[in-house]
Design a protein around this ligand. Structure first.
Ligand SMILES: Nc1nc2c(ncn2[C@@H]2O[C@H](COP(=O)(O)OP(=O)(O)OP(=O)(O)O)[C@@H](O)[C@H]2O)c(=O)[nH]1
Ligand SMILES: [Mg+2]
Length: 373
């Protein structure tokens, strides 16, 4: 069947509307499209309609995000709002900023700031970003900590965009799930403007194409997030994601460990403390991610398989056969205070002089960053 609907765009995810393949982005039955047009309602594909009205996520069968392609569609001379969050900040963030042709036009927005643990100061995070940007030869116009959820600094960001930014095209870019669509939604709503909400969900990979919003003379463009190669954890259901995504102030948990002890981080895997004096290891995760201490032993793999989805949560249930989970093993040394960032989920803070072995699900993206404080 010929696709006659290609010139319509879904207002939720930005996909081209099509009536051919229900499992592909932008699917909408012909009669529903006609119905929406006749009622002059915003056009939403079936997936976004379910997401926006019933909070129901339909997984897609294909991986749509190709960040390099998206970047290539962003012209130079525009303003880039580089969105990140405290669970995403690492050298990697700056590595992809360096891929933009124009390195002088960035406004960095650090979202989800309301989840920052009490022992962290917002100014420390800003300093960290400033220092790391400088080391990477990236010029920043502003660093704005915000919360799309609590609306913290949303008015300030709006003012910057409205009064300071001279460009009339503004692109919101960043990794999947950092809250780009939520941010645009919060900014527009802060001005009491009525818009068709962009699609927002707990699963990475919600926005699928460039999606524009008009704000006076300015055009704001929502973009699909970079879904890190290994970010979609196949053993987690949507209900698990909702449970473990940071959604309130993180309460750190500190363990005093002797060499020869291990900590399991839910069903993600475990770390072994191999060598060093008695020391503290601090875990910054949603409290629904269960931590478990154990002696480092050759039976750790067996323990993982036996208790996956039971003591080791998430997942809430044994969604996959744990024997089939690929565990990557890596030895790391820490010569200064470092955070191990589990992209989108949380981090472990490790003081210097430690040797540890990481045994984690291969699908996880784990980055090192100099400690935020
Ligand atoms: N705690 C907290 N969660 C937030 C905040 N902003 C967004 N979220 C949540 O983060 C998740 C992702 O939000 P989206 O707006 O869909 O993120 P995105 O960057 O557009 O994601 P993609 O379209 O997949 O690239 C959702 O579960 C949001 O509810 C915030 O300020 N604080
Ligand atoms: Mg989005």
């Amino acid at each position: 069947m010929e696709n006659k609907l290609g010139h319509f765009q879904c207002r939720g995810c930005g996909s081209q509307i099509q009536e051919i393949a229900p499992q592909q982005p932008g699917y909408l039955e012909h009669r529903n499209l006609i119905n929406l047009i006749s009622k002059q309602q915003p056009i939403l594909c079936k997936r976004c309609f379910k997401l926006i009205h019933y909070k129901e996520v339909t997984p897609l069968t294909i991986q749509v995000n190709d960040f390099e392609k998206i970047i290539s569609r962003i012209p130079s001379g525009v303003t880039i709002i580089a969105v990140t969050d405290i669970f995403d900040l690492s050298q990697d963030f700056f590595n992809w900023l360096k891929k933009f042709p124009d390195k002088n036009n960035f406004i960095i927005v650090i979202n989800k700031i309301e989840d920052l643990p009490r022992d962290y100061k917002i100014s420390a995070i800003q300093n960290w970003v400033r220092k790391t940007a400088k080391a990477n030869k990236i010029n920043l116009q502003y660093i704005v900590p915000v919360s799309a959820k609590t609306k913290y600094n949303i008015d300030l960001l709006y003012q910057i965009l409205d009064q300071e930014v001279k460009k009339n095209k503004i692109y919101f870019v960043g990794n999947a799930n950092v809250g780009k669509s939520s941010l645009i939604n919060a900014l527009i709503k802060s001005q009491n403007q009525n818009i068709t909400e962009p699609a927002i969900s707990a699963l990475p990979g919600t926005t699928l194409n460039l999606l524009t919003f008009q704000n006076g003379d300015q055009t704001w463009v929502d973009t699909p997030g970079l879904v890190l190669k290994n970010q979609s954890l196949s053993f987690l259901k949507l209900s698990d994601w909702k449970l473990i995504l940071p959604n309130r102030r993180i309460r750190p948990v500190t363990y005093q460990l002797d060499a020869g002890q291990s900590i399991f981080v839910g069903g993600f895997g475990w770390l072994d403390y191999l060598d060093g004096p008695k020391a503290s290891f601090t875990f910054y995760f949603n409290e629904q991610v269960r931590l478990h201490r154990k002696k480092t032993n050759h039976d750790n793999q067996e323990f993982f398989v036996k208790h996956f989805g039971e003591i080791l949560i998430p997942p809430k249930e044994r969604s996959v056969d744990p024997c089939k989970i690929d565990i990557a093993t890596k030895i790391e040394n820490f010569s200064y205070k470092t955070d191990l960032v589990f992209s989108g989920l949380g981090w472990i803070s490790i003081t210097k002089g430690k040797k540890i072995c990481l045994n984690f699900n291969k699908e996880l993206t784990i980055n090192r960053r100099d400690s935020l404080i």
